[in-house]
Ligand binder design. Structure first.
Ligand SMILES: Nc1ncnc2c1ncn2[C@@H]1O[C@H](COP(=O)(O)OP(=O)(O)O)[C@@H](O)[C@H]1O
Ligand SMILES: O=P(O)(O)O[C@H]1O[C@H](CO)[C@@H](O[C@H]2O[C@H](CO)[C@@H](O)[C@H](O)[C@H]2O)[C@H](O)[C@H]1O
Length: 460
């Protein structure tokens, strides 16, 4: 195994799920290694501590070792070691079949790596796996069209929020998420304390065969509207408002179930002042990183100051935490919410904290604005003669769908998010500031989208 581990510093930075700050890890060492299968291929389950400029993280890297080089796996070949060729096991269909077989009751014991199946579940043994395409933070494998195994790449001690919330919602009989079939957890040696810790490693869910993601559907609607420059959002064939309404309802119902099964809390005015301070701190950091924010800083701070003056407490509960149109799937049975991991760069304790559900609503409203405006970047930049008119159309689409979403939410909840305008504005502002930094780092050409929101929220 040590020879295979020596290949990781070179290979990891090329994996899109590898989010460590520096381009090349400073060191990689195993914190748990389990030989899951001693045949051809050998299948190793490896948890590796990766140190980098900003600290250290633990990554999950299942590997398969084959006697002969397999051409079909060339794209996931890590390199050669004395006893064979090393591959990313999640792309090696024989290795992934072996992993799935470990959910069976009579599977060989793998010690500190444990496979669990929910009661009355049929695991689709024998179905071939396919890695879902796209630049995701984790690696998800579809087993036929029956199940999806989401293998968390960066892992943490304690409960993984995605697994925790999916499990709680499944036990509550909630049908607005994909059914949870099982999960994997495991032990490793915490590099800092030297103690053995346990954490969630993977989640097996039912595959939603008819799913289209919210971003694809919403942006198709916007495209229709742009193609009909003279028509209003409610007049074009691709009007999305009914879907937004239903999405608002689904969001409210998931919030309601989470409150029922995981409880609620109260955020006192002093806690709100802490939240406002944290938001102001994030704004200051963002201004230092993205100078375009500076002219709007004072106007944005007003939304945080309003929170500081609030005297009534706020009800809080577990929420989605990183909510946008890419986190919702439309199936023939309605909307389903996925990916409850929260903001990946935040510490787990923060991601598992309770917040006002208005925060999820504010994030989804930001996503409507993104969906409406992104074609202004890609297809109709400012030099396009239609640009100004389409900006107007984009605002209209966002307004219509935000209203529909809030109407749907209010129809299924005691809470109408619009009755909390100050919270909504503060969370929208905090999200837009986060997005400015995200886009400046990841997609600079998209920066005008959150900057337009910042300008509006700053009252310019
Ligand atoms: N149960 C499911 N059925 C079908 N497709 C799914 C399911 N869950 C997720 N997906 C697809 O997989 C993608 C990645 O899932 P997600 O949980 O968001 O992983 P990540 O955190 O790695 O981005 C989603 O964008 C969606 O297209
Ligand atoms: O999917 P993640 O939870 O990792 O979220 C990150 O990436 C998102 C982009 O994929 C980013 O979302 C922003 O862009 C979306 C369109 O691509 C838009 O719908 C969202 O509203 C907008 O925030 C998200 O901010 C980031 O954390």
């Amino acid at each position: 195994m040590s020879e295979a581990i020596a290949l990781l510093p070179e290979w990891l930075p090329h994996q899109h799920w590898f989010t460590a700050a520096s381009s090349r890890p400073l060191g990689v060492r195993p914190v748990a290694a389990t030989l899951v299968h001693d045949g051809e291929p050998r299948v190793w389950h490896l948890l590796a501590e990766v140190t980098h400029d900003d600290g250290a993280d633990v990554y999950q890297v299942p590997l398969s070792v084959r006697n002969e080089r397999a051409d079909r796996l060339d794209h996931v070949h890590l390199g050669r070691v004395a006893d064979g060729h090393v591959y990313d096991a999640l792309h090696d269909k024989e290795a992934t079949a072996i992993l799935l077989d470990h959910f069976a009751d009579d599977a060989p014991d793998t010690g500190g790596l444990r496979f669990h199946v929910k009661p009355d579940v049929k695991v689709p043994y024998g179905e071939p796996s396919l890695v879902l395409p796209g630049e995701h933070h984790n690696t998800s494998l579809a087993y036929g069209d029956a199940a999806l195994l989401k293998v968390f790449r960066r892992v943490y001690p304690g409960l993984n929020p995605d697994l925790e919330l999916n499990d709680a919602l499944a036990d509550a009989g909630c049908t607005l998420v994909a059914p949870l079939l099982g999960w994997v957890d495991g032990d490793w040696t915490d590099p800092t304390s030297g103690e053995v810790v346990t954490g969630g490693l993977a989640m097996l869910r039912g595959f939603l065969t008819t799913a289209s993601d919210g971003w694809a559907l919403a942006t198709a609607s916007v495209r229709d509207l742009y193609a009909e420059g003279d028509l209003h959002a409610d007049e074009v064939g691709g009007d999305f408002a009914a879907e937004s309404y239903r999405l608002g309802m689904a969001t409210a119902r998931v919030h309601e179930t989470l409150a029922e099964v995981m409880g609620t809390g109260t955020m006192a005015p002093s806690d709100l002042r802490d939240i406002a301070d944290a938001m102001s701190g994030r704004l200051a950091n963002a201004v230092a990183l993205v100078p375009e924010l500076e002219p709007f800083e004072a106007g944005l701070r007003v939304h945080y100051d309003v929170l500081r003056e609030r005297t009534e407490p706020v009800t809080v509960q577990r929420i989605h935490g990183s909510y946008h149109l890419g986190q919702v799937l439309r199936t023939v049975l309605g909307w389903k919410l996925i990916d409850f991991e929260g903001e990946l760069l935040a510490p787990v304790a923060e991601r598992r904290a309770m917040h006002s559900p208005v925060r999820d609503v504010a994030q989804m409203l930001r996503s409507f604005d993104y969906a409406a405006r992104h074609l202004l970047i890609t297809d109709h930049p400012p030099e396009d003669p239609a640009h100004d008119q389409l900006v107007y159309r984009a605002q209209e689409w966002t307004q219509r769908n935000s209203e529909a979403f809030c109407n749907g939410y209010a129809s299924a909840s005691q809470l109408d998010p619009r009755d909390e305008p100050e919270l909504l504005a503060a969370y929208e502002t905090d999200t837009a500031v986060y997005e400015v930094v995200f886009e400046a780092r990841r997609r600079p050409s998209w920066l005008p989208i959150p900057l337009a929101a910042v300008e509006r929220l700053a009252g310019r």
